[in-house]
Design a protein around this ligand. Structure first.
Ligand code: G3H
Length: 533
């Protein structure tokens, strides 16, 4: 049985065959890729034939070029056909049937995808399974939400002598780019609503978590009409940039770093025509008040800062602790951090190898900078290094001149500040470039209530005695300032990827007769009062 970092790998999770991803989806077909491919290596180390530990080779992915990218764009443009295509004009019920066909096939790929999530991004087994199951649930919930939306639109309004039949219509062509930390779930939270609302799409997977899309390519190709879903592989600057430059993209859907979002936006020649649906950086703070229940607070701050090694946009990335409880909190918190074990994903540890090769060095640089400017590492094991990991360091006191105060670390390091005046964290949060969420820990309602009243205006979700998180996915997920553009959730995403459009007419006999005939004869896919059950 192979070993990884000296741990035996259960047979079911072993990589026995290399996965050569040699297809992509354009024009509704699985196209064979003949060009160059790049290696996909896991951050997880296993012995090679010489017995030396090395990053496990998982397979190969196509390295596509501008040519294939523009072919995908042409395919999406033909399918949209300036709003005349079969997909954007199709009955809602028929689009839903295509999505149902896709999700049924996807559900059969659970084991393959979960295993690849573990190897490609180092996410632990429970979280990988959760990511898969949550995505299936998201798709099914999206189908139900669309049925509801459609039902609510199956009517005519009459105001000021004008009748109106108002629905939501597609935007056009959507370019979809997801993040490596949720390569399935967050990408699909963009892609699925974009597709179902009648848009045509081009989807390029993130930098890690690419092979796990392979088991779904056939389902993409056989579930939707030609050109509705195009899946390409390669580097953003090789494939996404040429697509943006032509100005034919109507919506850029991206979860990732603002530098990528801004660079792509800048390439679009008609910026006012480009709708943005973006989930970007965050630096979610926790505020710990003197009245906080310590054991609950410590446990929420552990999962908040360190689940998936802190590689979540919703992770707690700075802790503000009241002076009165600083010592007791930090003692318990540091003990808990030091008791965490680094393990392989199938061992279900909170800490797992980091998928980005440069990440340990980057986190080290944040630690070094903070130490040089007066912080200390409070926990015994903080900063311990291995080739693909760095043990979380609790850094205190962190000051505004430190890099770790400003930068979104997206990894295992925990900056801590203390305060005696509540205005300190409030002012700092209001000055921050980010505005996604905050966690507040306390039990004194006289202190909590006015604080909540302010914080809801600085961020978009205040978590009371709970770590920050995106789910449940029916709740709005958004942010202020540099953290997001637009709102995602099962319901909100349907709105984000569509626009209200309607038929209006003066309320006279001629028009009433036309409408009656159209409805009775079911002549239009748009003008319809049929209900979807
Ligand atoms: O990376 C950012 C994710 O949206 C976080 O989602 O809170 O469900 O882990 P989560």
């Amino acid at each position: 049985m192979p070993i990884s970092d000296n741990v035996l790998i259960p047979e079911v999770y072993q990589i026995n065959n290399l996965l050569h991803l040699s297809h992509y989806v354009v024009d509704g077909q699985l196209k064979h890729w003949e060009g160059p491919s790049s290696e996909v290596r896991s951050t997880i180390l296993t012995p090679n034939e010489r017995g030396e530990m090395e990053n496990t080779l998982l397979g190969y992915v196509p390295q596509m070029t501008e040519k294939e990218a523009l072919h995908a764009l042409e395919s999406a443009a033909n399918a949209y056909d300036k709003g005349r295509g079969a997909w954007p004009t199709m009955k809602v019920g028929e689009r839903i049937r295509c999505m149902e066909k896709f999700v049924l096939q996807m559900a059969t790929k659970r084991d393959e995808i979960v295993k690849l999530l573990m190897w490609e991004i180092g996410k632990n087994l429970n979280d990988s399974e959760k990511e898969f199951d949550r995505t299936i649930e998201y798709i099914n919930d999206t189908i139900d939400a669309y049925k509801n939306l459609d039902r609510e639109s199956a009517k005519f309004d009459k105001v000021g002598g004008v009748r109106a039949h108002i629905r939501r219509g597609p935007l056009g062509i959507v370019l979809c780019l997801g993040p490596y930390n949720y390569p399935l779930n967050e990408t699909f939270c963009l892609l699925i609503p974009a597709i179902i609302m009648g848009n045509t799409t081009i989807f390029k997977p993130a930098k890690f978590g690419v092979l796990l899309i392979a088991p779904l390519l056939e389902a993409f190709a056989n579930s939707f009409p030609k050109g509705v879903v195009n899946v390409i592989f390669g580097r953003g600057r090789e494939v996404a940039a040429p697509i943006m430059k032509l100005g034919k993209i109507d919506a850029l859907a991206l979860i990732g770093h603002s530098s990528s979002a801004v660079a792509l936006q800048d390439l679009h020649p008609n910026k006012n025509r480009l709708r943005l649906v973006l989930g970007l950086e965050a630096k979610n703070p926790a505020i710990i008040l003197p009245s906080a229940d310590m054991s609950l607070t410590v446990s929420e701050c552990i999962s908040g800062t360190l689940s998936f090694n802190g590689q979540r946009c919703t992770a707690l990335k700075i802790l503000y602790i009241h002076e009165d409880v600083k010592d007791v909190f930090l003692k318990q918190f540091c003990e808990k951090v030091d008791s965490l074990r680094l393990g392989m994903p199938w061992e279900n540890t909170l800490l797992t190898p980091l998928p980005e090769p440069h990440k340990p060095d980057y986190i080290q640089s944040l630690i070094d900078d903070a130490l040089a400017k007066g912080a200390q590492i409070l926990n015994r094991r903080g900063g311990e290094r291995s080739s693909n990991f760095i043990f979380p360091a609790v850094l205190y006191p962190v000051t505004e001149d430190m890099k770790v105060y400003h930068e979104e670390q997206f990894g295992p390091v925990i900056p801590v500040k203390s305060f005696s005046d509540l205005n300190t964290p409030i002012n700092e949060i209001s000055e921050s470039n980010y505005g996604q969420q905050v966690s507040v820990f306390g039990t004194n309602t006289e202190e909590l209530a006015p604080l909540i009243d302010i914080l809801v205006n600085l961020v978009c979700r205040v978590n009371l005695n709970s770590a920050c998180q995106r789910g449940p996915d029916v709740y709005p997920f958004t942010g202020r300032k540099d953290s997001a553009v637009s709102t995602l959730s099962v319901n909100d995403a349907l709105r984000a990827f569509s626009i209200r459009t309607f038929l209006a007419c003066k309320d006279n006999e001629i028009n009433k007769n036309i409408l009656r005939t159209m409805l009775q004869e079911r002549q239009s896919n748009f003008v319809s009062t049929d209900y979807l059950l």
